[in-house]
Structure formats: structure tokens, C-alpha cells
Design a protein around this ligand. Structure first.
Ligand SMILES: [Zn+2]
Length: 68
């Protein structure tokens, strides 16, 4: 029973973290990156920092290198 509760809370925390996650969104290619991604660091002109859910809402596609 304890294990199930622990699993549940882990899931809850992970979900909350994913929801508020900030990504680097490329407004030209519509790709979004994790802030630590090498492509995110290279992208300085067209990229903005927004929440992951907003990037998806704008039609964003996760980066193939970092997974978004
Ligand atoms: Zn990336």
C-alpha cells in the first residue's frame, strides 16, 4: 500500500513539474528545446522562453536531440 502511495505522489510531482516546465521555443521552426539543449543555446534570434504547454499550444514540435 505504501508503495502505491509513493508511486502516486511521484507521478503527481512529475506531472506538476512537466506542466510548469519552461522550454526554449523557436518561433520560426516551431521546435522547442530543453533549456540545456545545445540547439537551444545556438538559437538566439528566433527563440523565446515560454512554458512547454504554451509551446505545444502554438503548434510546437519537440526537438529530436533533447526531446523538448
Ligand atoms: Zn533540443
Amino acid at each position: 500500500m505504501k508503495k502505491i502511495l509513493l508511486l502516486f505522489f511521484t507521478f503527481l510531482i512529475l506531472t506538476t513539474m512537466a506542466y510548469a516546465e519552461t522550454v526554449v521555443f523557436n518561433t520560426k521552426t516551431y521546435k522547442y528545446h530543453k533549456p540545456g539543449c545545445q540547439w537551444a543555446n545556438k538559437c538566439t534570434v528566433n527563440c523565446i522562453r515560454i512554458e512547454k504547454k504554451d509551446a505545444i499550444k502554438r503548434g510546437g514540435v519537440p526537438c529530436k536531440v533533447c526531446g523538448g
